[in-house]
Design a protein. Structure first.
Length: 743
């Protein structure tokens, strides 16, 4: 079987390779897997995700000396972990959900056995062969259903390290071993009641297994955004094999090739990206671009895979399939971001390097201490409780689960975040820099005002201009035609159309000669134009279109780039969040200052070239500011790259996703506020998780060791320690899942 059937890659060199590694249970496991992969020739940027068990590496096929399957598996398996290569069409989260379900079902038998052992031990009943029965009931729980603890601990020991499996294996193994000796050796050998702790060994195993299962099921919910994105893509499509619908076949999406002609009926999802060849319809693109109103599609219109056809049928030609579609690129971006690490995760990495060895020393010291001041039973139970309660699962899950949910929720809100580092940095920015065109403005021209001469109506002025401009494709002409359509005006017929490049156009409209164009064009045609340019139009950067009929000036139409309706609200909300806003633009000063004032920005820079924008960003950073730059993802590339966080108003374009740390895949600027709030909420959740995990161990370990026994008068039983350990991981994941409610 070829490698392409097993691992998910992206095109280019080096490639991105993804696969699953089973058996990782703590931050130490993640570090060992990543460090092992760093030693492999051809591998760079290894990143393992404890929440999904997914590992991503950058793979240089030219220097690796072999296929990914052959080269990457041995170092992982040497550590005692199991590697799995999912098919390209597989959803790793679905695989994990299936595994978690199987685990839950498999817990029924060991749970029954453990409860029987616990009940019998606590009942106080005595009869011949009681201990032998307890041994027989406990053995399968510990060594069959809990065999993963021992196999994991053995693999770790062979590699020269210890992990959470080591702690559980020692705890349950010693409890079972001592109990077995107490059962098989005569009572007189112990000088009293033999040490029988079968209930501890059985219940610890079941509680830890239950905790892992609940943890896995909770972690699978963190992949909901990926599942939602994948669900947008239909499994099949209708491919035309002839000239019409009668010659068609249903094919799997994976079989579609560039150039195929595909038929889309009402209500169907579009399978891949393409261009409409024939037909007319409206398409719901809300899931991809956030556009709430269905978009008209005619011949030549672009359609995106994952969007939903509404009313009519049409045929389109596939232009991008597989990993090249915009939907696949978004899925890859979200996956990469969820796998990446935020700088705050280094805390867990540092702690994991020495955590388990120190716990082993604490457990040994606890045993010796209680053996001196107390009994063997107290020493034994306290040391086992320390081993069990100290497993560092919660610490390892604190950061990746929050990042996964945060990045996923961002994707659902049309905020595409490239990495955990970008998410963390965005939460700390204090200054946000805006480009003007295409960011605070729509980036398209519209009629701003009509100034007819005396005796001329606005409708007459607009319709007369549109009659001439309908033959032109100039942006100003398009704006005028759109205004006529919005006003529902009839456009007169024209004859003898003539265009003068850079000046304007003329035509005969209803038998009268009409000129539409610049002031210079009308002046050269002998038509006197008074100074009708108002100060307000000058400030708004309006382009003026003069209209004359039969050598008589009808008036002037001002066309300008329109400010986004939500721009002022967005700036106001960002300022409420404590950010200062700055406007950079290459436009003239009067225009920039007017726009800044209209949206509430106090600081602005005008007539700035692209490289000058980068320098200004650098100056802000040198002044001690953490800067986010918001632009269109193309013309502002230098400034986006220089900023601490580059935010592209890409409206879902692949170019924007490649050039920015954050891409707003919607035309609504309010998504920028969502991005800042989400990043802060995610970082707050990570800090909460880290606090819970650390305070849990800081309080739990002394409690298990019996430090508070003098005041409380009780010891923490090992089985309760196991339950507490299991619930700590579940609580951290559950806290991260609260981010799914972000709005």
């Amino acid at each position: 079987m070829s490698e392409s059937q097993h691992c998910v890659t992206t095109k280019g060199s080096p490639e991105t390779v993804r696969f699953l590694v089973h058996g990782m249970h703590c931050a130490g496991c993640v570090s060992r897997v990543e460090n092992a992969l760093k030693e492999v020739t051809g591998v760079s940027e290894p990143a393992a995700n404890l929440a999904t068990h997914e590992v991503r590496v950058r793979w240089d096929r030219s220097t690796a000396g072999g296929e990914a399957m052959v080269v990457l598996a041995p170092p992982i398996e040497k550590l005692g972990y199991e590697i799995e290569w999912p098919n390209e069409a597989d959803d790793t989260s679905a695989v994990g959900e299936r595994d978690a379900t199987v685990s839950l079902m498999s817990l029924i038998v060991p749970a029954i056995l453990a409860l029987a052992v616990f009940g019998l031990s606590m009942s106080g009943a005595t009869f011949s062969g009681r201990e032998i029965l307890l041994l027989a009931l406990t053995a399968p729980v510990v060594f069959w259903y809990g065999r993963s603890f021992f196999s994991g601990a053995w693999a770790a020991a062979r590699s020269g390290f210890a992990d959470m499996n080591t702690l559980i294996a020692i705890g349950t193994g010693v409890a079972f071993g001592v109990s077995t000796l107490g059962t098989l050796l005569p009572t007189s050998s112990w000088g009293g009641r033999p040490p029988i702790y079968f209930e501890s060994a059985a219940m610890i195993s079941v509680f830890v297994l239950l905790g892992r299962t609940l943890e896995e099921r909770a972690k699978r919910r963190t992949t909901g955004a990926i599942n939602a994105l994948l669900d947008l893509r239909p499994p099949t499509a209708t491919r035309l094999t002839g000239d019409d619908e009668s010659s068609s076949e249903e094919v799997r999406v994976e079989e579609i090739r560039v150039g195929d002609r595909l038929l889309v009926r009402p209500g169907e999802s579009i399978a891949v990206d393409g261009v409409v060849a024939s037909g007319h319809s409206t398409v719901d693109e809300a899931a991809m671009t956030g556009e709430s109103v269905p978009v008209d599609k005619t011949a030549g219109s672009r359609v995106l895979g994952g969007t939903v056809n509404q009313s009519g049928s049409f045929v389109f030609e596939a232009t991008a399939v597989g990993e090249a579609t915009l939907l696949s690129q978004i899925v890859d971006l979200v996956r990469d971001a969820q796998t990446s690490k935020a700088p705050v995760a280094r805390l867990a990495d540092r702690v994991s390097a020495w955590f388990v060895p120190i716990i082993l020393l604490i457990a040994a010291a606890t045993f010796v201490g209680w053996l001196i001041v107390g009994s063997f039973e107290q020493a034994f139970l306290a040391s086992v409780a320390v081993l069990v309660i100290a497993c560092p699962c919660a610490l390892g899950l604190a950061t990746p689960t929050a990042i996964m949910v945060g990045v996923g929720r961002g994707a659902e809100r049309h905020v595409l975040i490239r990495s955990g580092a970008a998410l963390e940095t965005l939460a700390t920015v204090d200054t946000i820099v805006f480009d003007k065109t295409g960011t605070l403005t729509e980036g398209r021209m519209a009629v701003a005002s009509l100034q007819p001469e005396d005796g001329i109506s606005e409708d007459d002025l607009l319709a007369t201009a549109a009659a001439v401009e309908q033959r032109s494709e100039h942006p100003l002409a398009v704006a005028i035609i759109k205004a006529v359509t919005e006003h529902d005006l009839a456009i007169p017929t024209v004859e003898d159309f003539q265009s003068v490049a850079g000046r304007g156009a003329s035509a005969t409209v209803s038998g009268q000669r009409v000129l539409v164009g610049t002031r210079v064009f009308l002046d050269e045609s002998g038509i006197g134009v008074s100074d009708v340019t108002s100060e307000s139009e000058s400030r708004l950067a309006a382009s003026q279109v003069f209209v004359a009929r039969e050598q008589q000036l009808l008036g002037v139409i001002s066309v300008a780039d329109t400010v986004r309706s939500e721009a002022a609200e967005t700036v106001r909300e960002l300022q409420r969040l404590g950010l200062s806003a700055v406007l950079l633009s290459g436009d003239r000063r009067s225009v920039v200052e007017s726009l800044a004032a209209s949206v509430g920005i106090e600081r602005c820079f005008a007539e700035v070239l692209p490289d000058g924008k980068a320098r200004l960003v650098e100056e802000l950073q040198e002044g001690g500011h953490r800067v986010a730059m918001t632009g269109d993802g193309v013309n502002d590339a230098p400034a986006l790259a220089k900023a601490d966080v580059g935010i592209a108003m890409g409206a879902g374009t692949d170019i924007a996703m490649q050039t920015a740390d954050v891409t707003l895949s919607t035309s609504n600027l309010n998504a920028l506020v969502d991005a800042v709030r989400l990043s802060r909420r995610t970082m707050r959740t990570i800090r909460q998780n880290l606090f819970f995990a650390l305070i849990y161990n800081c309080l739990g370990i002394p409690l298990a060791a019996g430090v508070f026994h003098h005041w409380l008068g009780v010891m923490l039983p090992p089985m309760f320690a196991a339950a507490a350990m299991a619930m700590s991981s579940v609580s951290v994941v559950s806290n991260s899942l609260r981010l799914k409610r972000f709005s």
